[in-house]
Design a protein around this ligand. Sequence first.
Ligand SMILES: Nc1ncnc2c1ncn2[C@@H]1O[C@H](COP(=O)(O)OP(=O)(O)O)[C@@H](O)[C@H]1O
Ligand SMILES: [Mg+2]
Length: 383
Amino acid sequence: MTTGEYEPFRPSVPSELAPASRPSAPPPPAISVRHLWHRYGTLDVLRDVSFDVAPGEIFGFIGPNGAGKTTTIRAMATLLEPTAGSVHIDGHDASLDPDEVRRIIGYMPDHAGVYERITVREFLEFFADAYRIPELGVVDAVIELTDLTKLSDRLVATLSKGMKQRLQIARTLLHDPKVLVLDEPASDLDPRARIEVRDLLLELRELGKTIFLSSHILTELSDVCTSVGILERGELVVAGPIGEIAERLALQRSSSARPAPVAPPVADGAPGTTDVPVGASGAAAPVVTPGGAPIPEATRKRLKLRVLGDSQAILPMLQGGSGVLGVEAGPGGLIVLYYVGGDQYVAEVVRYLVTSGVGLVSVEPERNELERIFLEVTKGDLS
Ligand SMILES: Nc1ncnc2c1ncn2[C@@H]1O[C@H](COP(=O)(O)OP(=O)(O)O)[C@@H](O)[C@H]1O
Ligand SMILES: [Mg+2]
């Protein structure tokens, strides 16, 4: 036998047992971007951008105008051959297998134009034909999904911006793509239209789609994103699930900025602050809001609890606990807990209080970690 001709080793496992006894390979990332560089003339607009988006995520690609978001997206949509690096969509290389990638993605460009002098239904039928979609019911299904039923016979010209945006999203859904790539889907929308787009995205996620969206406005769709990538001048500053990034930053920061708390009342699993390596996270840099107001503790989180009875009496149970930065009592059984940690930590606090006999009425973790992450990882020159 010559080298290179070996049969791969196959264990003699009964075939009905084999799938259960061997864990199946994890699915490829829905989107995988590796070492992406792009140069226009002498300007490197993308510099070594790498990130993954797992299936089922809503990934927010955030950065100011000119950061390179659209350039990245065009490489993902097979419309631009990057100077270097690769993009894989559901395991397919966008440069080598662009036809397959186009089948998998639904792409909505920024400032996409619409044909104005036809109806909503005609617009979608036109694109269904262009995509050679044979099933007659698809346009109806997409119209219903995107809540355009009442508008289906209206001329596109008479639609509001928000309605047109929904129509654009409807167009990207016609070939039932697994991955949606939406460039600035919420820009220029009024608050109501933005909420409608947000709710539509959440619905599409429920249907199993992976959604990649870009935005130059931080808070625009931050409440739908499960993970983010922040791009600054062609470089990725941070990327990953929001909870994980927040936790990582919080641990880095707390390890270099705070003394260790004493007598933890919270059970195992709550992140402590004593055994974490000191991170070089630049804790001395002042953290400010976009309006310039200082944020004294950029990474601290707030948990609002309501309890039955006297909230003052409960404070000693929490004070000094692992990860507890402070605790305050308010009227009506309100307790505000400042802490460092993730969802696991909140669950531990709740369990601790309940098993201690506290009548817990509500638990409300503070929202919008994304804003805090953003302030911490960017250099402060973003919109
Ligand atoms: N076709 C082009 N030719 C030259 N420069 C371009 C071209 N397209 C974009 N750029 C430049 O590349 C940079 C990134 O642009 P873009 O990817 O559109 O950023 P974003 O979508 O984040 O606003 C900007 O400085 C922009 O001026
Ligand atoms: Mg852009």
